[in-house]
Design a protein around this ligand. Structure first.
Ligand code: HAM
Length: 414
């Protein structure tokens, strides 16, 4: 039997209905904040992703040559594609541009619970400015989305990548060596970061201070530990968020982020119930457009890991009820099937979700199928009733039945 490829999943109808429901909540929240949806290709030129992140990223993405010998990659995320699109087609539009997207991403990872090779992101990018209002708008949207889904246990941590970059800069570390250090610090792999830093001639006490900063978490009091500029910025941001009723955030100077395009604030949301893969959202402010041939523009954005946040909701016991159909039409005998088909069409054209037995089942089995598809009503079409221009309507939850004139059926069901 052929299975779906490692790290990918099929979504059966019940699951798909659940996913679409939660997706619609996210979409509605983004629209409420004045964001508009966009869509970009699932594959891009590989260069779009290597330009900023370097060739090492090739180990983590699906990259290949197409039949025309072009280097192509399946998108591992959507920020770079959105910025490419911005440079190609939207750079003359009034700012800020508030864009959101939903779609699959591909990363060549070792699959485990909450980590897939094909996964879905719901993200937003706010293009046009580097200020605290912009960052607050993005974080407030992320927080509203998480709340709108109904997740109870989560944490939002906000940091400022400038703090660590400054420390590393002051320690004499060259810009091009920073990503490898930041990646270790992102994962709190101090044992691996220390030898690298020693190798770059950084003193022990400086190293200790860098590690200490990445462990600093708390309220506004932790801002005393960092440079005035970053502290003032974070304070302004936290104050705006408070006014926007986003109080469930903490400052965490250890938020580094795996992707290396961030320039200012960085933030993550996590759902502790998920264990190792608990990060449900990540984002921050960045500038990428100049790398893709456009003018330099600052943006802030984030992406919610849609699969992970759904897992977290499930862990909290959130139940989703599949809707089922409104009506299941049951022809009692073969000779009334044309009449039954006519009736089901009439219901559908009146926007009643209606299904009909097409398996030529006997009455009892057809009624069983009506329960299977969670029909609210069964419309039973029999010869005798038809002679009186009527059908029998059975309420599937109570079992009550009554005769209804066909001319009255739509009104009666609605
Ligand atoms: P990211 O943190 O790499 O950021 O991914 C965002 C979210 O996608 C993660 O927090 C996680 O929930 C989910 N995710 C990542 N990898 C996987 C995986 N293999 N399986 C399941 N879920 C996964 C970005 O992608 C940035 N583009 C976010 C951003 C937008 N920054 C600025 N704008």
């Amino acid at each position: 039997m052929i299975q779906c490829p490692r790290g990918t999943r099929d979504f059966l109808p019940d699951e798909m209905e659940r996913r679409r429901y939660y997706e619609s909540i996210l979409r509605k929240t983004a629209v409420t904040f004045g964001f508009r949806e966009i869509s970009t290709p699932i594959f891009e030129e590989t260069e779009l992703f290597t330009t900023r992140s370097g060739p090492n990223i090739l180990n983590e993405i699906y990259a290949f040559k197409d039949k025309g010998d072009r280097d192509i990659a399946l998108r591992p995320e959507l920020t770079a594609p959105v910025m490419r699109m911005f440079v190609n087609s939207m750079s003359n539009e009034p700012r800020p541009l508030k864009l959101f997207y939903y779609g699959q991403c591909f990363r060549y990872e070792r699959p485990q619970s909450g980590r897939y090779r094909e996964f879905f992101q719901f993200g937003a990018e706010l293009i046009g400015n580097a200020n605290a209002e912009t960052d607050a708008e993005a974080i407030a949207l992320a927080a509203s989305m998480i709340r709108a889904l109904g997740l109870k246990e989560y944490k939002i941590r906000i940091g400022h990548i400038g703090v660590l970059r400054d420390l590393l800069n002051n320690a004499g570390i060259a810009k091009d060596r920073m990503p490898e250090i930041l990646q270790k610090l992102d994962k709190k792999l101090y044992d691996e970061a220390r030898p690298l830093l020693i190798d770059m001639n950084v003193d022990d006490d400086v190293i200790d201070n860098i590690f200490k900063i990445t462990e600093t978490v708390g309220g506004k009091e932790v801002l005393d530990l960092i440079s005035d500029e970053a502290a003032a910025y974070l304070k302004e941001l936290i104050d705006i968020l408070a006014v926007m009723d986003v109080n469930d955030v903490e400052i965490d100077l250890g938020v580094v982020r795996g992707l290396d395009y961030y320039t200012g604030i960085v933030f993550e949301a996590e759902a502790p119930s998920l264990g190792a893969e608990k990060q449900i959202c990540g984002g921050g402010s960045y500038s990428l457009s100049e790398l893709f041939g456009g003018e330099k523009v600052f943006s802030t954005g984030f992406a919610i890991g849609f699969d992970r946040i759904l897992l977290a909701l499930e862990k909290e016991g959130g139940k989703f009820e599949n809707k089922g159909v409104d009506v299941y039409v049951v022809p009692v005998s073969d000779d009334v099937r044309p009449d039954a088909a006519k009736i089901v069409s009439m219901l559908r054209s009146n926007e009643i979700i209606a299904d009909i037995d097409i398996m030529r089942r006997k009455m009892a089995k057809a009624m069983k199928q009506a329960s299977e598809v969670k029909a609210k009503y069964a419309v039973i079409v029999g010869k005798n009733e038809l002679n009186e221009n009527s059908v029998t309507v059975r309420d599937m939850s109570t079992g009550d039945q009554k005769m209804v004139k066909i001319s009255d059926l739509v009104r009666s069901l609605k």
